[in-house]
Design a protein around this ligand. Structure first.
Ligand SMILES: [Zn+2]
Length: 280
């Protein structure tokens, strides 16, 4: 580990907490169809404008002793929690994905553009998970926006190729539409949300078909265990809609970072020779 490893690590941690601060605004305002840029944040109780030094991720919440400086209304622990989780997630992504990508010999400057957009896409998993759990929606700004940007940046060399991006979008969305249709026949009600389908189009365009397919299969597996757990602790009733978005995000993340390892493990359990899938 050299100086730059730690330097970039600290940078990713700080970038993450700052993004987390912005995500707090996104999580609150986006489902209400309010602008995430203006007006600036203020106390919902007394209207006190949040000053710049009251808006420093995590630290401000501590030095304000979790109270508004205007009216002393308590500020929810959820705000610093989202900032800390987003910061930790950013550091995780650096350690397990972006470190390797950034310290590749002969890295061309334009490769940083697809990497940056991949980073933003992955970071958006935090607000998507919270919004989907609370409102059962995944905003179009993320999914359709991500799909269009993913397809467009595939023409920049160094990331996913255009063929992979278009195939990924088609395969990702296509499999979910198919699963949705099958589910509709079995359950006799709408089984797959269009938000999930659009999101898989975005994942496929941004990360290629492998991550899209991995996201669905790992996500379905995690979702099954997640819903059994939720039924056991009685946080969910039978027949209730499951927010599938967070599981698909988790699936995409695992497929991106440990896709080959997970596939090898699965093939081992299923008794299939890994070399059929090009794994040595
Ligand atoms: Zn106040």
């Amino acid at each position: 580990m050299g100086f730059y490893d730690y330097y970039f690590g600290a940078l990713f941690l700080i970038m993450g907490t700052v993004l987390g601060s912005f995500f707090n605004v996104v999580i609150y305002r986006m489902p209400l169809d309010k602008s995430v840029i203006s007006p600036p944040s203020s106390c919902p109780n007394c209207g006190h404008m949040i000053l710049w030094y009251e808006n420093i991720p995590v630290l401000s919440w501590i030095f304000l002793r979790a109270k508004c400086s205007g009216c002393h209304t308590p500020i929810s622990v959820r705000y610093p929690l989202v900032e800390m989780i987003t910061g930790a997630f950013s550091l995780f992504l650096y350690c397990f994905y972006f470190h390797e990508k950034l310290f590749t010999p002969n890295l061309e400057w334009w490769t940083v553009i697809p990497l940056l957009l991949q980073y933003i896409s992955l970071m958006l998993f935090v607000p998507i998970a919270v919004i989907d759990v609370e409102h059962l929606i995944i905003p179009n700004e993320f999914t359709i926006g991500g799909l269009i940007i993913g397809l467009a940046i595939s023409f920049i060399p160094g990331g996913v190729t255009p063929q992979m991006a278009f195939a990924g979008a088609g395969i990702g969305a296509g499999i979910l539409i198919l699963f949705g249709k099958i589910g509709e026949v079995i359950l006799k009600k709408e089984a797959m949300g269009w938000g999930d389908i659009k999101m898989l189009g975005w994942f496929g365009a941004m990360f290629g078909p492998g991550v899209a397919v991995g996201s669905i299969f790992i996500g379905a597996f995690a979702g099954l265990f997640g819903s059994i757990f939720m039924l056991i602790i009685k946080k969910m009733k039978r027949g209730e809609y499951l927010p599938f978005g967070p599981y698909l995000c988790l699936g995409a993340l695992l497929a991106l970072i440990w896709g080959t390892e997970i596939l090898t493990l699965y093939l081992g359990i299923a008794g299939i020779e890994p070399s059929y899938f090009g794994i040595p």
